[in-house]
Design a protein around this ligand. Structure first.
Ligand code: NAD
Length: 496
């Protein structure tokens, strides 16, 4: 079966009919066109935002556990269609099928989490300094929530946001990556089926708007959108964040990473090797949490670097639908050009480069590159969304941590060490400055239970677990006087 027929079949299984349009869709598996979709016109966007606003006004009045029931049913629909949706994810963005399945599992997991959360959106009661008074806080629904997503996690990132936003009482508008619109339409079709059987769901509760960056920018600027949760490059976040700030809209920004790991001379080196490899070459270096910089202690550097180079060279790269391959293609030609230009820059700086060649086959397949650097500079200071791992020697842990923290991004980090003092130092306030800091696992592969996000140029947003739900709601502090006096706070007198 051709890939295009495969796509048509899977879309049919997911109950999704796509009318062809002006935006061609390609698969990175071999670069062929697998369909086309219609981008939204300004009038369609306007109508969609009116629907989203009306839907919000109705949805916020529904008890949260009932909203959770919708998310529970959607999670079950995902369970029923996991294999089909995972296949579409792999075809559209090129990640290995096991990672495609993992991505859909992550959607199911966050639905489960959100269902429980729908009975736990609680505030505090607070001791009042005034007699006969009580203070409390409540969390209320916020408003239509815009979800902008990137190509590399075409559906999971939406689900992190959507499941929480829905139980929090918000309507949702999804602007997926223009590189992965089919998965978005398929997920919306699955949700539409669930919504059709859910009598309390207002029209327009969840909508997809297809378009590129201009469409995203128009949505960000629209005052009907109360929360913008945007995932993508730091460049995108800078533009979207500034536009949102100009109208004081709330944002959750999940942007680029330049993640690092430290391999100590006190590490379990076999375990470290596996952890480093998965983080560096998984999803062909196209995860926001992909490992890009590695600091290895001088005493173990030569041995570890040799093993790493050999292991990276033997990673099976190829068709991501074939489970024998651990790495698939890059998303497009531009990604490969950016990879080559970063490698050329490193080469000019005198780095030693191993791997990085393109495979002679349709699609853009590259071998992972291991780059031994003399200094922490040049392309190592920025995110290149490709499988490049820069290697550095260190002798003092504090120096390695300082270098790790010296880049713009602050998403993920890890240390491999069996020395408790080193690990605790790394996790302490003077250790890693990232939103994610791990011990004896790599930088990628987060679970949904924790709050996910990063500091500095990664945007500061938090999504998914822990108390990230608070970002989707507004907090009201209430003071209630049940006495017949009117004492003022701080002893202020106003006697009339
Ligand atoms: P991208 O920035 O090119 O696009 C992301 C999304 O933003 C797309 O939907 C795009 O249409 C939209 N967009 C672009 N410019 C916009 C603007 N000015 N206003 C509104 N919307 C705009 O990113 P990409 O190439 O799809 O994805 C890769 C990037 O995403 C990497 O930098 C990666 O680190 C980052 N990422 C971050 C996370 C995270 O959670 N921190 C997760 C996944 C990906």
């Amino acid at each position: 079966m051709s890939i295009r027929m495969d796509v048509d079949f899977v879309l049919g299984q997911l109950g999704c009919t796509v009318s062809s349009g002006d935006l061609p869709v390609h698969t990175p598996i071999d670069g062929s066109q697998i369909g086309s979709v219609k981008t939204a016109s300004p009038a369609e966007i306007d109508a969609a935002l009116n629907r989203a606003l009306n839907a919000f006004l109705a949805w916020r009045t529904l008890p949260a556990p009932r909203r959770g029931e919708l998310v529970r049913r959607f999670g079950n629909a995902l369970r029923d269609h996991k294999a089909d949706l995972a296949r579409l994810v792999t075809i559209e963005c090129g990640k290995p099928i096991s990672e495609g399945e993992g991505e859909v599992q992550e959607m199911i997991d966050i639905c489960d989490f959100a269902v429980g959360l729908s009975r736990q959106l609680h505030g505090l009661t607070i001791a009042s300094e005034r007699p006969g008074h009580r203070m409390m806080e409540q969390w209320h629904s916020l408003g239509p929530t815009l979800i902008i997503s990137a190509f590399n996690f075409p559906v999971a990132v939406w689900a992190w946001n959507a499941a929480l936003a829905l139980v929090c009482g918000n309507s949702i508008v999804w602007k997926p990556s223009e590189k992965t619109p089919l998965t978005a339409l398929a997920v919306q079709a699955l949700l539409d089926k669930v919504l059709a059987d859910f009598e309390d769901a207002p029209d327009g509760l969840s909508q997809v708007i297809i378009g590129a960056r201009d469409t995203g920018a128009a949505l960000v600027a629209d005052s009907r959108i109360k929360l913008i949760s945007a995932t993508g490059s730091t460049e995108m976040g800078r533009a979207a964040g500034q536009a949102a700030a100009a109208r004081f809209a709330r944002t959750i920004l999940e942007l680029g990473g330049n993640n690092a790991a430290i391999v100590s001379n006190k590490a379990d080196l076999d375990l470290a090797l596996r952890g480093v490899l998965f983080s560096a070459v998984g999803t062909s270096g196209q995860r926001c949490t992909s490992l890009r910089r590695l600091f290895v202690h001088d005493a173990v550097y030569d041995d570890f670097a040799a093993k790493l180079k050999a292991a990276a060279a033997s990673i099976p790269v190829g068709d991501p639908l074939d489970t024998a391959h651990l790495a698939g293609p890059l998303i497009d030609e531009n990604a490969f050009e950016r990879m080559q230009s970063a490698l050329a820059e490193a080469n000019e700086m005198g780095a030693r480069i191993y791997g990085g060649e393109r495979l002679d086959r349709p699609g853009v397949y590259a071998r992972p590159a291991i780059v031994e650097m003399e200094s922490h500079a040049g392309p190592a200071l920025r995110e290149t969304f490709a499988p490049i791992l820069y290697l550095f020697r260190y002798s003092e842990l504090n120096d390695a941590i300082a270098l790790q923290n010296s880049v713009g991004a602050g998403l993920s980090s890890s240390i491999f060490s069996l020395d408790m003092r080193e690990c605790e130092m790394f996790l302490s306030a003077s250790g890693s400055d990232c939103g994610i800091a791990n011990v004896n696992i790599g930088t990628s592969g987060a679970e949904i239970g924790g709050a996910f996000g990063g500091e500095k140029e990664t945007g500061g947003g938090r999504e998914s677990g822990s108390d990230a739900w608070k970002g989707y709601m507004r907090r009201a502090t209430n003071t209630i006087n049940y006495s017949n006096a009117l004492p003022l706070a701080q002893g202020v007198r106003f006697d009339v």
